[in-house]
Design a protein around this ligand. Structure first.
Ligand SMILES: Nc1ncnc2c1ncn2[C@@H]1O[C@H](COP(=O)(O)OP(=O)(O)O)[C@@H](O)[C@H]1O
Ligand SMILES: [Mg+2]
Length: 286
């Protein structure tokens, strides 16, 4: 296996002094599907945005973000074509047809004048239709994006990353605004592109049960630090209580299978690691 993401000593302090990431170290192998969990404000979005080159990290000594061996801090443009980003609020252009929105994924590989005139080849259109077909919404290709349901819009956003040819897909709470049925469809599609296209997927999720069902490996953040990194099957109620505090009961109710989960694939994760002072993962407790 080769390394898709290599993050070393990543810190980010925002202008008003808030330390959003505090010395994060994380490596993800090619072809993994990893869930990023943690309470609101724990740093999930900030971490994903740094990996996508959408934010500049603090200049901490030894700080490094690499995607497929390429340093994000030095080659943001190169990274933009490799990394697909799926946002909670879909980020489609409402008034453009779905097919056009998906073709926007091609713009990085296109001369600027063609991007400006929004002119695409027949081959590119076929590629976009194929991507829409794979996410199950080819019928909607001519509709304005604003006329699609939330779940359909999110599927179009995933089709955009397929057309982009992204090797790494980062999804920031992609199902937070969706109903359970649409959420399941979106997670199924992310799992499919992971399995069939070998895309590395890192997905932040509020729903721990979804993380456990779809992702063999979970990384948990608390106040900008990685406090757990290991198989989702080894997560414990104690760790989740520490992670989510007051919200834990609501989150635990949706995770009845906690401790007995069988993720979709064999765990590709390293042995579970909990930060000092954090509850011991199941595999270590046994
Ligand atoms: N642009 C910003 N300016 C100042 N503080 C920010 C900004 N973005 C995020 N933060 C702060 O950084 C912390 C981590 O935020 P975020 O990464 O959005 O967490 P999460 O996605 O886990 O909810 C929070 O305390 C948040 O308030
Ligand atoms: Mg967030």
């Amino acid at each position: 296996m080769s390394t898709a993401l290599n993050i070393q000593n990543l810190s980010k302090r925002f202008a008003r002094g808030k330390l959003a990431l505090d010395g994060v170290n994380l490596t993800v192998q090619r072809g993994e599907m990893v869930a990023l969990i943690g309470a609101s404000g724990s740093g999930k979005s900030t971490l994903l945005r740094h990996v996508a080159g959408l934010m500049a990290a603090d200049a901490t000594p030894g700080s490094l973000i690499e995607v497929d061996g390429r340093c994000v801090q030095r080659d943001v443009r190169g990274i933009r074509s490799e990394v697909g980003f799926v946002f909670q609020q879909f980020n489609l252009v409402d008034r453009l047809p779905v097919l056009m929105n998906v073709l926007v994924g091609r713009l990085h590989g296109m001369p600027w004048w063609r991007g400006l005139t929004r002119w695409f080849t027949a081959q590119e259109r076929a590629l976009a239709l194929d991507a829409l077909n794979r996410v199950g919404i080819a019928d909607c290709h001519g509709q304005r994006a604003s006329t699609l349901s939330g779940g359909q819009q999110q599927r179009a956003a995933i089709a955009r990353t397929l057309v982009q040819g992204a090797k790494v897909v980062l999804a920031d709470e992609p199902i937070a605004s969706l109903d359970p049925e649409s959420s399941r469809k979106v997670m199924d599609i992310l799992a499919r592109i992971n399995r069939e296209d070998g895309c590395t997927v890192v997905v932040s999720l509020h729903q721990v049960d979804m993380a456990m069902r779809y992702c063999p490996r979970v990384v948990a953040l608390h106040q900008g630090r990685v406090v757990y990194d290991g198989p989702s099957a080894a997560l414990t109620p104690a760790l989740l209580r520490n992670l989510y505090g007051m919200q834990a009961d609501e989150i635990l109710n949706g995770s009845a299978a906690l401790g007995a989960a069988t993720p979709a694939q064999a765990p590709a994760a390293p042995a579970p690691q909990a930060a000092p002072g954090w509850p011991t993962p199941l595999a270590q407790a046994a």
